[in-house]
Design a protein around this ligand. Structure first.
Ligand code: ACO
Length: 331
């Protein structure tokens, strides 16, 4: 295998979660659902919500600050910032520019990356490729979504699933032969599923009569594809590198539904004790699920230098992917 010029290393994580908790009991008072149904079908008990009107940049900046603080690194040393989101502040400018200014990342470029629930993985693999190619030394990747701004709060098919939140990971260049860093990844798309999970009326395509700019989802179809694709890509990402589930310390899956997460773990023969789950407390935060789960692992003392991690995600598009890496900064 060609040795990269540099290794792309994930060296720190930071988060922001709003204070406000929305419980299943509150939702049951608003729409025809129940705590029992939501827990048994999704694994979600509560999610966090920002104050209405809070722009995505606010939570992205907070997560970015937290990450840089945890890394002990100044914003002025960043080469670039990628914000993965489907709920950016505006259509123009990219939210990453707002974040860049607020953080004081004076020499960093910034742009947004839109790939739904697979957005954070897309940001990570993009940043890793730039770092490995020697084009950047330090990139802050942020997954942030204010899902409450694009949810119909009276649609029980969707309002029970999503929450607001943001997470960030600092990526740095290490030596090409370092023992830690991104090892391998793969990404996929199948636009045949484009209408199964969609937020219409937000782009140049004409709206259908009665459509609003909120999440529409064909839950059963999305569920079936998510189960199949996440398990498939997780397994293939490992086997293509001569690895198996037993070579992984932690699986960090996209948090859309506990049943999808369990199916992925089962396919890899990895016990749930090695799978990071926080969907019960934060719901599906779209681009933020992976960094929030990484932060959960850090808080539990399970994320240390050398931890072998498989990240895996699936989202609207359809789009899905996986990445195998060893956490931390080389000595
Ligand atoms: N409360 C009570 N009953 C409900 C609710 C609710 N909130 N929602 C649906 N139901 C009912 C349905 O009407 C249906 O009733 P019927 O049998 O009388 O028709 C019954 O419950 C079963 O509905 P299903 O849609 O089949 O329920 P399912 O078990 O599939 O769960 C869910 C629905 C949770 C949405 C699931 O399909 C799912 O998780 N889908 C995938 C979500 C996902 O992975 N999204 C991808 C990432 S998101 C992104 O990219 C932004």
């Amino acid at each position: 295998m060609l040795q990269p010029r540099a290794t792309a290393q994930c060296v720190a994580v930071g988060t922001f979660l709003p204070e406000r908790r929305l419980t299943n009991a509150e939702l049951s008072a608003r729409v025809d659902t129940s705590d029992e149904w939501i827990i048994s079908r999704t694994g979600i008990r509560e999610r966090r919500l920002v104050e209405p009107g809070t722009p995505c940049s606010v939570i992205a900046i907070a997560a970015g600050h937290d990450c840089l603080r945890n890394a002990g690194v100044g914003a002025e040393t960043l080469d670039g910032i990628i914000v993965a989101t489907i709920t950016g502040d505006q259509r123009m400018p990219a939210t990453a520019n707002v974040v860049q200014h607020a953080l004081g990342a004076t020499k960093a470029w910034g742009y947004d990356l839109l790939n739904a629930c697979n957005g954070f993985l897309a940001a990570l693999t993009t940043a890793a490729s730039m770092i490995e190619a020697g084009r950047a030394k330090r990139i802050l990747i942020i997954g942030a979504d204010v899902m409450s701004s694009i949810i119909d709060h009276h649609d029980r098919n969707t309002c029970i699933l999503f929450g607001d939140g943001a997470g960030a990971v600092l990526m740095e260049a290490g030596p090409g032969d370092a023992a830690v860093g991104v090892r391998g990844w793969e990404m996929h798309s199948d636009g045949a599923g484009a209408n199964e999970l969609i937020v219409p009326c937000t782009g140049s395509a004409p709206a259908l009569p009665g459509q609003k700019p909120v999440v529409y989802q064909n839950g059963r179809t999305v569920f079936a594809h998510a189960v199949r694709r996440m398990a498939e890509v997780a397994e293939h990402c490992l086997t293509s590198q001569g690895l198996a589930g037993s070579d992984v310390d932690l699986i960090i899956p996209h948090q859309a539904n506990i049943r999808i997460i369990e199916a992925t773990a089962e396919r890899l023969h990895v016990p749930m004790s090695q799978v990071v789950v926080n969907i019960d407390r934060v719901g599906n935060t779209t681009a933020a699920t992976l960094p929030l789960a990484l932060a959960q692992a850090a808080a539990d003392g399970r994320l240390v230098t050398g931890t072998r991690i498989l990240l895996v995600a699936f989202g609207g598009g359809f789009t899905w992917g996986a990445c195998y890496l060893q956490w931390g900064r080389s000595a």
